[in-house]
Design a protein. Sequence first.
Length: 398
Amino acid sequence: MNDAALLQAIIKNAIDGIITIDNRGLIESINPAGCKLFGFLPDEVIGKNISKLMPNPYHAEHDEYLARYQRTGKPHIIGIGREVKGLKKDGSIFPFRLAVSEVVLSGRSIYAGFIHDLTKEKEAEERIIQYAAQLEKLVEDRTADLRNIVDALEEAKAEVSLSLEKEKELSQLKSRFVSMASHEFRTPLSSVQLSASLIEKYAQSFDNVHITKHVNKIKNSVGNLTGILNDFLSLEKLEAGKTEVSFSRFDLVILAEEIIEEMQMIAKQNQSIIYQHTGLSSMVNLDQNLLKNCIFNLVANAIKYSGENTFIEFNTEVTETDCTITVRDNGIGIPQSDHKHMFEAFFRAHNTGNIPGTGLGLNIVSRYTSLMNGTVNFESTLNKGTVFTITFLNRNED
């Protein structure tokens, strides 16, 4: 293959467009890639001015560029190359990279233009620009959202701090009120209790059952109010974290017998509290005051929710590993639906009716038991009675 044929084959099969023009700007040749790029057949462009393939302003300026180069020898495009726009047959415009070389052949100058389509590159650049703009917008939006969240968190923090401060003030006010109420109520209640006892003593000579009846009512009412005060004071100390546990070794049977003696005095007519201890030892290591309060509450509830002429079973058991306290009654029982709420503060079972109570006793029992590292559980059947069980690990250390 000779040089001319080789050159012709290269031009024909080049992937970029190649166009040659004369010194007047008229197209002399165009390769297949160039025809495909611009959408023209060779016959439609050969002999035509190259400006046919250029949109404005390149269309109007091209001939002047060529004439200036021929006059001055200073290239504007020739030998330099740059990005320009092309005009297709269908009127659409596309970007391409143009490199122009001057070739002197048989004593005349021919200008060869090498055209590399930049459509895909420009589309990719445009997508990148769009993505960058979208990303920037997204970052701005997210930054704004984050700033709003931070502002909201700061505002919420301020509100929480203010709420906590107010809650703290309310808690302190409540503590002061409970302490004051306890002091202020206890004094007149003690006076009423003393006066009732004196009335009962002075009225003995009259042997009047009505006086005795009403004096007992006064005493019971004072006892109920004192119990309510004690419950509120206990709850307040628990809530404030002021309840301290003091473990000591003591005889559980002696404590139980003291409790029975006191509780039997407030039992209903013909109500009997039956106490039994199981185990070779009766020594335990617990907080005696807290345990006494727990047992008092459970036995008092058994008395309150059981009828006259009934038995209340109070059992203690001490083994090498455990200490168990059980209080069983055959009273009104607890509805199944209320079981899960029984240790909540101020909750009372729906079948208690007009039986007085604050709904604090079992909550205090549960919390005192927990402070002594114990557990409290119960089983109850409606109208068939309830059994409460408190269990502690037996602490043998002195």
